[in-house]
Design a protein around this ligand. Structure first.
Ligand code: SF4
Ligand code: SF4
Length: 172
C-alpha cells in the first residue's frame, strides 16, 4: 500500500496533549538549517536554541559528537513548549512535524501516543506523507554531508568537537 494509505489506516489524530514535547526522552535532533529557521523566527542565537547531541564519543584524546538537539528546560520539556502548546509551531523541525510517524527504509513506524488508535482514519494523510518524505530526504542529506565533514577533519587531541553538515565545530 502506498505511504499515504498506510498513514490513513494508522488512525492517528493529534490530541495536542504536548506529551511528545515533554519529559526527558524527547530528544529532538535539529539540522543546521532547522536551527537557522528557529533563530530567524525567535531572534534567539543558535546556542540558545540547540545543544550538542548528548552522546559523546571518545577516541584517543579527542571527544566528539554528531549534530545537535533542541534545548530543554530543567523539567525536561522542550524549551518551546508552553501550556502544552508549541510556540514555534509554524517553524517546528521535521521530527516534530511527522511525530508519531517515522520511515525506516520503506517501512512506516508508528510510535504509541495518545493520538493513536483514534478509531477514525488519520486526517491530512497526504500532507503527512509529503512531510515524511521531505524529512527522509533532509536527514539523508545531513547524514552524508556530516560524514564527509567527519572524514576530512582530523581530530585534535584534547578537543571537543561537534560535527554537522557544515563542518567541525569546537565545543567550549
Ligand atoms: S503527537 Fe501524540 S503525544 Fe504529541 S501532542 Fe499529538 S497526541 Fe500528544
Ligand atoms: S519544537 Fe514544538 S513540537 Fe517540537 S518538541 Fe518543541 S514544543 Fe514540541
Amino acid at each position: 500500500m502506498e505511504l499515504e494509505g498506510r498513514i490513513r489506516k494508522a488512525e492517528f489524530i493529534c490530541r495536542c496533549c504536548g506529551e511528545c514535547c515533554s519529559g526527558k526522552d524527547n530528544e529532538v535532533m535539529v539540522s543546521p538549517d532547522e536551527i537557522d529557521l528557529l533563530c530567524q523566527a525567535t531572534g534567539l542565537t543558535r546556542d540558545q536554541i540547540a545543544e550538542p547531541y548528548p552522546e559523546w564519543i571518545r577516541d584517543g584524546g579527542a571527544v566528539f559528537t554528531f549534530g545537535r538537539v533542541l534545548r530543554r528546560g530543567e523539567d525536561g520539556n522542550c524549551m518551546f513548549l508552553a501550556d502544552s502548546k508549541c510556540t514555534v509551531y509554524e517553524h517546528r523541525p521535521h521530527i516534530c512535524r511527522t511525530y508519531p510517524f517515522m520511515l525506516d527504509g520503506e517501512n512506516l513506524l508508528v510510535f504509541e501516543c495518545s493520538g493513536c488508535k483514534s478509531g477514525a482514519e488519520t486526517p491530512d494523510a497526504e500532507q503527512m506523507a509529503k512531510d515524511l518524505l521531505a524529512r527522509r530526504e533532509a536527514e539523508d542529506k545531513e547524514f552524508l554531508l556530516t560524514k564527509e565533514q567527519y572524514q576530512k577533519h582530523s581530530m585534535v587531541l584534547g578537543s571537543t568537537i561537534i560535527f554537522d553538515s557544515r563542518g567541525a565545530h569546537l565545543h567550549k
